[in-house]
Design a protein. Structure first.
Length: 516
């Protein structure tokens, strides 16, 4: 077939036209649900209206309305076109035959408030070509449109659970089940993978009854199964605060639905600003999934412990210095003193655990020759609270049920500003998708080798449920020895890395974990 050849595929809603280019088929901006606008705002997704003729699927579609995070390397270089009409996905596939290739569905991160599956950072070409795999990236509703619980405050007139973004993700998986065979994929071999809020979304899908049977393997990067409200009063407080900011009565449902996207985003911006005050009661991640009795029956980590993820192999891990990139927002962070360290830690964990936690981290890092300034200690504690401990507990709970779990620790350090970021949050993404940024990701033969190994091991897991590959060798299951694959210049399996710090968290409950 010649270059840039049109390609037409039948879906359950109608025919779409993509393109064949350089050995790969690509379909962009494919609707998997009806536009969630007007009367459908804050409601569960519904199927798109069928169309006649052939619908073009040649360009990336609009993404969910959002504010920028204000973090270099985590925000899109150029703002993507936004619209409330945002429930679209993209597909890359090596063939439109009946080869039944493994399918990988990417759920993007961004704190449940930003990001998209259309970002150039998540281009599926490299993974699809390298692994003979079908890659799907999705958009889902974000922030106040996807994670705002309105049911109680509106007396049920707007029955939003605060989990509409999760329902969008599950609806996209239904689309994959019903359509992916026509794109050369195997609907019975679907891996969901995601990073940060995308990783926490994958953890939520492990617990979501509506998603059961829609995927068969799960990869959770820097996000596991802890980030959901367990206290509905907190979720309602967030909603009431937002309505106060917007100057809107909860009884005025028509007024709520008529608010412009710009008004909602401005309200979300002010909500985020207020959430920075620990006394606000809003939490550091005010808009996130809600564990309720309807959509997400319990905290995902508890659901996994009860067997919700049985028969689903998981690959889970974190980056060594996750929190460092977030700390750049605070110009005074590096100058923190011991009193400020103590005060900050008292906001993070029960007060009685703080002295032991700080002492453990200081001693363990001193013994390894690592920095022990108050800023470095807090950064390490934040990293483990929000990311590493949730990953560890997910692997523990899954493996206790004799279910296959694999653990990694990404330790490659960014060269940015003389290494100030270390192995920070999101750094592995450029290696995974083949979209590295030199100043941020690093370059050269060692970076190239790490990129190859990460891609090959993710693809091996999607094919077989086992991440072992030629470049890394045998990757053992996570078990009593806490076997962990270190992903760095030299990739090797280590038993129980940073275990002194892990043990310091053993008495701290799951409800504390999962947010910075």
């Amino acid at each position: 077939m010649s270059e840039d050849t049109p390609a037409i595929v039948e879906t359950t809603s109608g025919k779409i036209e993509g393109i064949f280019r350089r050995g790969l088929y690509a379909f962009r901006g494919v609707p998997y649900a009806a536009p969630p606008v007007g009367s459908l705002r804050w409601l569960p997704p519904e199927p798109p209206e069928p169309w006649s003729g052939v619908r073009p699927a040649l360009r990336l579609a609009t993404v969910a309305p959002q504010n920028q995070m204000g973090l270099q390397f985590l925000d899109a270089p150029e703002p993507e076109p936004q619209d409330e009409d945002c429930l679209y996905l993209n597909v890359w596939t090596p063939g439109l035959d009946d080869a039944r290739r493994p399918v990988m569905v990417w759920i993007h991160g961004g704190g449940f408030t930003s990001g998209s599956g259309s970002s150039l950072a998540y281009n599926g070409r490299t993974l699809s070509t390298r692994g003979n795999t079908v890659i799907v990236t999705i958009n889902y509703r974000l922030n106040v449109l996807g994670f705002l619980r309105l049911n109680e405050v509106t007396g049920g007139k707007i029955p939003a659970t605060g989990n509409e973004g999760l329902l969008d993700q599950a609806f996209a998986l239904e689309w994959v089940r019903d359509n992916i065979a026509n794109f050369g994929g195997d609907p019975d071999n679907v891996t969901i993978f995601g990073e940060s809020a995308g990783g926490f979304s994958v953890g939520s899908q492990l617990a979501l009854p509506k998603a059961r049977g829609l995927f068969h393997k799960a990869i959770l990067q820097s996000g596991a199964a802890h980030t959901a409200y367990t206290n509905l009063d907190t979720a309602r407080h967030v909603t009431s605060t937002l309505l106060e900011i917007l100057g809107t009565s909860p009884n005025d449902t028509d007024g709520l639905r008529s608010l412009t996207v710009e008004q909602l985003l401005e309200g979300q911006r002010e909500l985020a600003a207020r959430a920075l005050d620990p006394k606000s009661g809003l939490g550091s991640l005010a808009l996130r999934p809600v564990a309720d009795d309807k959509v997400l029956p319990q905290l995902p980590i508890d659901a996994v412990a009860g067997g919700s993820a049985d028969n689903i192999p998981i690959l889970v891990g974190t980056n060594l210095d996750e929190a460092r990139i977030f700390n750049l927002r605070d110009e005074s962070f590096a100058e923190m003193d011991e009193a400020q360290l103590l005060k900050r830690c008292q906001r993070l964990v029960p007060a009685g655990d703080v002295p032991k936690l700080i002492a453990t981290y200081r001693k363990a890092r001193q013994q390894r020759g690592m920095a022990t300034t108050p800023a470095e200690l807090l950064s390490a504690i934040l990293t483990d609270k929000a990311f590493r401990m949730p990953a560890v507990r997910l692997a523990e709970n899954h493996s206790r049920r004799n279910q296959p779990s694999y653990m990694y620790l990404f330790s490659w350090a960014s060269p940015f500003r003389n290494g100030i970021l270390g192995a920070c949050h999101a750094l592995e993404l450029g290696f995974l998708f083949g979209t590295r940024i030199g100043d941020f990701s690093g370059s050269g033969p060692e970076a190239d080798a790490l990129e190859k190994n990460i891609q090959d091991t993710w693809l091996a897991f999607a094919h077989t449920g086992d991440p072992s590959c030629e470049g890394l060798g045998k990757w053992p299951l996570y078990g009593d020895r806490r076997e962990t694959m270190i992903l760095d210049k030299d990739c090797t399996v280590v038993a129980a890395p940073y275990d002194e710090e892990r043990r310091a968290w053993e008495t701290i409950p799951d409800t504390v974990l999962g947010v910075l």
